[in-house]
Design a binder for this molecule. Structure first.
Ligand SMILES: *Cc1c(COP(=O)(O)O)cnc(C)c1O
Length: 368
């Protein structure tokens, strides 16, 4: 008996690692030599290990992850870049953080004292950054509490504060507020004694990299822009999309006028229509874009409209104007020809949520 051949995936995400390196360079060219690459949530759905292994050769200052599970995966992948935890830790996670020498950010004195206790019990010292809440409301010390907190934490023998950071809640939406945040962060930093001990001072996410200037920061924390997506319209930076989400046409049929398409029959054909059924749906993480938003996909060099509701495993497209189409043809859902921002906008969501929603059923295929 001959071996059973393995079929290609029905839907897949092409991940262009050369584009990833290009985007990092573009970010550095804005004047940011030191970069913390944010690779949380499986590198925004691009695949944690593959992205981290690629970026590990790029002289990054840190990888930024959300939790110890992601930090552990990076450590197991053997990356050498130091690992920074972007958010608060659970008490039960801190022993592992100390043992593995990941860098936590400190949000409360309780957290700091617990880390100090654990480090001293192991006879070690934990390097950590202090988080300042300049407006995000998610964690950290208020600016007025930061100096006393820094002094108290510096007095703990098990902790060494080597950095300080804050986060921007609306750099892509509210320039005036964000400018004020930059100013108050800079003023705070300049008021701190023995600033030289704070090697890493950081504030900007992707949107904060564009159009804002700090007098004090040494490090930027881009996520979305690394993956090739500008966080605002008309961004003055040339990025290349890293992910191309693709599938293929499974079925092509000619339907008469007056025939309903998909659940709810929200679309009824008005002409003889050549309908292609594509092997991807919301079970793969393609969002349930409402039919009236007129989502499009890219087939054989042109855009064609989707018809009716997105189903779990399949979507239908109007191929009437593409007579040469045939089953097996490749379809781009988003990427180089259909910006992910456009799909997110039509789906009433954000590109961060589209990326992180692409499910494991979609095979990640790497090149570059
Ligand atoms: C996720 C995150 C970032 C990256 O944000 P982007 O908008 O994707 O660039 C930066 N800093 C912190 C603290 C984050 O949580």
């Amino acid at each position: 008996m001959s071996a059973v051949p393995e079929s290609p995936p029905r839907s897949w995400a092409e991940i262009d690692l050369a584009a990833l390196r290009h985007n990092l360079k573009a970010i550095r060219n804005l004047g940011n030599q030191q970069v913390m690459a944010v690779v949380k949530a499986s590198a925004y759905g691009h695949g944690l290990e593959a992205i981290a292994k690629t970026l590990d050769h790029e002289d990054l200052t840190f990888f930024g992850v959300a939790n110890v599970g992601e930090a552990r995966r990076l450590a197991e992948a053997g990356v050498q870049t130091p690992i920074y935890l972007l958010g608060g830790t659970f008490p039960a996670e801190r022993e592992e953080v100390v043992a593995c020498q990941w860098l936590p950010c400190l949000n409360t004195m309780e957290e700091a004292e617990h880390f100090d206790h654990l480090a001293r019990a192991r006879g070690s010292v934990v390097e950590a950054h202090i988080t300042v809440d300049t407006g995000m409301g998610r964690g950290g010390f208020l600016p007025a509490d930061t100096l006393p907190a820094l002094l108290a934490i510096r007095a703990l023998p098990g902790l060494k504060v080597t950095g300080i950071g804050s986060h921007l809640p609306s750099a892509d939406e509210d320039t005036a507020f964000t400018m004020k945040q930059f100013k108050s962060f800079d003023t705070l930093i300049e008021s701190l004694p023995e600033r030289g001990e704070l090697t890493h001072i950081h504030l900007a996410n992707s949107a904060g990299l564009l159009g804002y200037k700090s007098r004090t920061t040494t490090l930027v924390r881009p996520g979305l822009m690394l993956y090739g997506v500008p966080p605002v319209a008309n961004a003055e930076i040339s990025l290349r999309p890293v992910m191309n989400l693709k599938s293929r046409i499974a079925v092509i049929r000619n339907l008469p006028p007056g025939h309903g398409i998909s659940y709810g029959r929200t679309f009824i054909t008005t002409r003889p229509t050549k309908v292609g059924t594509i092997g991807i749906g919301y079970g793969d993480g393609y969002p349930r874009v409402a039919p009236e938003k007129n989502a499009e996909v890219f087939v054989r060099g042109r855009r064609v409209p989707l018809l009716g509701r997105i189903t779990m495993d399949q979507v239908m497209a109007d191929l009437t104007d593409l007579p040469e189409c045939s089953p097996g043809d490749e379809v781009e859902l988003f990427g180089s020809n259909i910006p992910v921002v456009e799909v997110a906008h039509k789906a009433g969501t954000i590109p961060w949520a589209i990326f992180t929603g692409i499910t494991p059923r979609v095979e990640r295929v790497y090149s570059g």
